[in-house]
Structure formats: structure tokens, C-alpha cells
Design a protein around this ligand. Structure first.
Ligand SMILES: Cc1cc2nc3c(=O)[nH]c(=O)nc-3n(C[C@H](O)[C@H](O)[C@H](O)COP(=O)(O)OP(=O)(O)OC[C@H]3O[C@@H](n4cnc5c(N)ncnc54)[C@H](O)[C@@H]3O)c2cc1C
Length: 225
């Protein structure tokens, strides 16, 4: 069995909006079902085409809930919500959490906490089922589930290609001196005296976020140059 996670096609789903700029959850459900009906193995709601950054916690939850429900419509009859955290939806406040928990309980959703997705592979025999391996952080222990579909919310990956290539020729090796940053001094770190330029990791090279975060990263470093 391969240990590579996310085997198959997992689409970071586009999110349709209505003309009044509210989320069109019906169109989104239709889109998810279309993707699953046309050979995708999973969908990644909120995963991130930019609009995610502007959604409220409730809207993000609604997007995930719609994806899960739409997946159920595509064939699954039982749902399990798995999270590597100690609790479900850390961002959801205590007052509204009970509402979500009630809805999940009424829908018969099983909840597994402290489980991280390790891998997904096709089950033997050509049934189209998926074998999902779950683990626990810091442990080799695993357990498997056989499921029809997987919906993953996993954030975004940084884009570091250019940064990585430039590190060897830089004077600071990409290091940001936090004392300098906080004191609003020019950056002084030197890891490679032969380096010919300073290099800083900002924006989507740190994490996929938004234009505002990239500009703030740049402004904090550049205002002292
Ligand atoms: C579909 C989509 C929609 C989004 N919508 C929004 C939104 O509505 N609002 C929002 O705030 N954010 C949005 N984002 C996120 C936002 O675009 C990014 O977070 C932001 O652009 C990151 O800025 P950056 O300067 O770090 O990287 P980038 O904007 O990616 O800039 C990196 C630049 O480096 C260049 N480059 C790469 N390799 C080389 C090379 N070898 N040599 C020279 N140049 C190179 C690239 O061409 C690019 O111009 C969206 C992202 C996507 C993908």
C-alpha cells in the first residue's frame, strides 16, 4: 500500500455566489455532486480560491456541511467527521457549537477527534470504494475505514519554489531577525557572508493567505530599508 496521501483527484472546489454576494449553497451542492459523478475521488471545500479568506466562520461551516451533504447525495449513507484536533471546529464558539452538534447528531454523523488523515487508496476488487487510513499525531498507530467518498478541508500549501532557489546565494539565508523586526531596525542577520543579497520569506511563500497578508509581510520588512 502506498503511504502517499490524497491519491486520486481531489478538487479545490469553486464557490458560486448569488448576485447579492451571498453563497449559493444549492449551486455549490450541485457542483460537488457533478464532480463526484464525473470521476473525482474527493472535494476540498474552502480550499482555497481566495474567497475563503473573506467568509465568516459560519459561512465556512456551511460550505463544508453542504459538501458533506452533497457527497451523501452522491452515494454515501453514513457520515463520519474526523479531525486531528481535540474538539470539532475549534473556531466555532461555545454558544453556536451546540447547534452544530445537535444537527450532526440528528443526521447520525459519527465524530472522531485526534485522528489525522494518513492516506487514501482504492480498495482492491474494483468496487470503487476507498480505504482511508487514520493515525494519531506522534504515533505509528493507524486504523482503516472503507468509505465511498472523502471530503477534505486541509488549508493551503506555501509556494516556496523561488524562495528555496534563492536561499543559497543570500547573505541572511532567508532568516528574519525577530529582534530587528520588533525594534523596527534594518535586518542584520548574516548566515552566509559571501551572499550578495538579503532574502525574506513573505506572502504565499509563508502560507497561502491573501493579498493583504502578503502586503503586510512586505511592508514590515521593507519600511526600514
Ligand atoms: C484563484 C485565486 C483567487 C484569489 N482571490 C483572492 C482575493 O479575492 N483576495 C485576496 O486577498 N487574495 C486572493 N487570493 C490570494 C492572493 O492572490 C495571494 O495570497 C497573493 O497574491 C500572494 O501574494 P505573493 O506576492 O506572496 O505571491 P504572488 O502574487 O503569487 O506573487 C509571486 C510572483 O512571483 C512571480 N514568479 C514566480 N516564479 C518566478 C521566477 N522564477 N522568476 C520571476 N518571477 C517569478 C509570479 O509570476 C508572481 O507574479 C487568490 C488566490 C487565487 C489562486
Amino acid at each position: 500500500m502506498s503511504t502517499a496521501p490524497w491519491q486520486g483527484i481531489h478538487v479545490a472546489t469553486a464557490l458560486p455566489f448569488k448576485t447579492d454576494l451571498t453563497i449559493d449553497l444549492d449551486a455549490y451542492a450541485e457542483h460537488v455532486q457533478w464532480l463526484l459523478a464525473h470521476g473525482c475521488h474527493g472535494v476540498v471545500p474552502n480550499g482555497s480560491l481566495g474567497e475563503y479568506q473573506t467568509l465568516t466562520v459560519d459561512e465556512r461551516a456551511a460550505v463544508v456541511r453542504t459538501a458533506v451533504e452533497a457527497s451523501a447525495g452522491a452515494g454515501a449513507t453514513e457520515l463520519e467527521l474526523v479531525t486531528p484536533e481535540r474538539t470539532v471546529s475549534l473556531d466555532v464558539g461555545g454558544i453556536v457549537a451546540s447547534g452544530y452538534m445537535t444537527a450532526l447528531a440528528e443526521a447520525g454523523v459519527q465524530i472522531s477527534v485526534l485522528r489525522r488523515l494518513r492516506s487514501i487508496r482504492r480498495a482492491d476488487g474494483g468496487s470503487g470504494a476507498l480505504v482511508v487510513t487514520l493515525g494519531v499525531e506522534g504515533s505509528d498507530w493507524t486504523e482503516n475505514r472503507v468509505v465511498d467518498a472523502v471530503v477534505v478541508e486541509a488549508g493551503t500549501q506555501p509556494v516556496t519554489d523561488v524562495y528555496d532557489e534563492l536561499v543559497p546565494g543570500s547573505r541572511n539565508g532567508g532568516q528574519i531577525d525577530l529582534a530587528d523586526l520588533l525594534a523596527r531596525r534594518p535586518q542584520t542577520a548574516v548566515r552566509n557572508p559571501d551572499g550578495t543579497y538579503q532574502l525574506f520569506r513573505i506572502g504565499d511563500a509563508v502560507a497561502g493567505r491573501n493579498v493583504h497578508a502578503a502586503m503586510l509581510d512586505a511592508a514590515r520588512l521593507c519600511r526600514e530599508i
